[in-house]
Design a protein around this ligand. Structure first.
Ligand code: ADP
Ligand code: MG
Length: 390
């Protein structure tokens, strides 16, 4: 890969301004990081997009031959993704394929519709510094925004459409299987066994206070093998899935509100499309947050589900098998249940995985998930009838 010499002979540099309370020490650091990538403009300023649990995301503006252009610089948490090479290998293959498919389909603005990885000056997909931090850069997608949660059925429709399109474009990714960057991520049986062990050991003496939730979990054991069995029997195929299909990972066009681009590709892995759809049901159909205390507000809202599934089917029709379609509603229940038992397990074992902000937080989160499972169960027949008609 060709490489220009950098730095250009710079005039006396203005100091880099970084807004949004970016820690002081990071200013100079970000400037240094930016020089590792094949970006040859002059960095003008930068701002924090999001400091999340996993990534730190910054938007930097450059002067490039008189035009102002923006790039994303993102630091990836090494604790979560121990194998950054595998994560980035997946990401490069996926984004390159998305781009190729969009061009083949004659879609305009394809650099706004898929992430574009900017390589480092030595042609790598990410830069790792001395203390193990891993950085990567993308084109900044202009004129699009993410929102924390879907507020309207129209937005649910766009979310379904976006993740469906993502799966569809990747359905024919050539080459070897993607790396399983988080092994056994969706092994629901294993998650259930871990819960059973936590209940038996009851290390923190908390099982008493979660008796109702434990009972609910154990009574639902029969659902945990359903999709695993369908996969083992070849009824549903393994495909490429996103695995973090929250609404805030879809960028919407600022003017039209239509889906533009799916982001946050660290967890893209082989899996069942049903897991992605199930998590969309979990995260878009209830008006409540994951840890809502007022359980009477937790509800699977039919209009949101209807729009979500319509959007999803609009973009998946060309590849989705009837067997996959038949499990869409069930997947919503199963994924919500599975997240619920993960919160319950963490509560019982002393809150070691999910960070808590108050005592009992993981039990509250579990209750919210189980309430949503209950709401889905009460409407399961009607949901299924609706999907069958589409
Ligand atoms: N290429 C991009 N262009 C513009 N904004 C982006 C881009 N990539 C990410 N973002 C913004 O940064 C936010 C965080 O990025 P994301 O990859 O989702 O990390 P996290 O794991 O912290 O959610 C996104 O929700 C989006 O608003
Ligand atoms: Mg995200």
């Amino acid at each position: 890969m060709f490489d220009l010499q950098f730095p250009f002979r710079l005039k006396k540099r203005r100091s880099l301004e970084i807004s949004n309370h970016m820690p002081k020490m990071s200013e100079q650091y970000l400037e240094e990081i930016s020089q590792q990538f094949q970006i040859y403009g002059e960095i003008l300023h930068a701002e924090t997009c999001k400091i999340g649990h996993i990534n730190e995301t910054y938007a930097a503006t450059y002067d490039q031959a008189g035009a102002q252009v923006r790039y994303i610089h993102q630091k990836v948490n090494q604790n979560v993704f121990k194998d950054a090479v595998a994560v980035m290998d997946n990401l490069v293959r996926v984004t390159s394929h998305l781009r190729k498919k969009l061009i083949e389909r004659g879609e305009k603005e394809f650099t706004r519709k898929a992430l574009t990885v900017v390589p480092t000056r030595d042609g790598k997909s990410f830069f790792q510094n001395g203390n193990g931090d891993c950085w990567r850069s993308f084109y900044f997608i202009e004129g699009a925004k993410t929102f924390e949660s879907a507020q309207t059925p129209q937005q649910a429709f766009e979310a379904g459409k976006a993740f469906g399109k993502f799966q569809s474009l990747l359905a024919d990714l050539p080459g070897k299987r993607l790396h399983e960057t988080i092994p056994e991520f969706h092994n629901t049986r294993k998650r259930f066994l871990t819960l059973q062990k936590a209940i038996e050991e009851d290390r923190c003496n908390r099982a008493k206070s979660a008796a109702k939730e434990i009972q609910f979990a154990l009574e639902h054991e029969e659902i945990v093998d359903v999709l695993l069995n369908a996969l083992a029997k070849g009824k549903v195929p393994e495909r490429i899935t996103h695995n973090d299909t929250k609404f805030n990972n879809v960028m919407l066009d600022q003017e039209t509100g239509k889906e533009m681009c799916v982001v946050d590709l660290d967890t893209v892995m082989p899996g069942l499309v049903l897991y992605d759809f199930g998590d969309m049901v979990r995260t878009t159909t209830s008006p409540t947050l994951e840890d809502e205390l007022d359980l009477s507000r937790v509800e699977m809202r039919m209009p949101m589900f209807e729009s979500l599934v319509k959007g999803y089917l609009e973009t998946t029709r060309d590849f989705l098998l009837p067997a996959e379609k038949s499990y869409l509603v069930f997947a919503g229940k199963l994924i919500t249940f599975t997240i619920g038992i993960r919160f319950l397990t963490d509560f019982l074992t002393g809150d070691t995985y999910f960070r808590i902000h108050r005592p009992g937080h993981n039990l509250d989160r579990c209750r919210t998930q189980f309430s949503l499972v209950g709401s889905i169960e009460r409407q399961e027949k009607a949901m299924q009838k609706l999907v069958n008609k589409l």
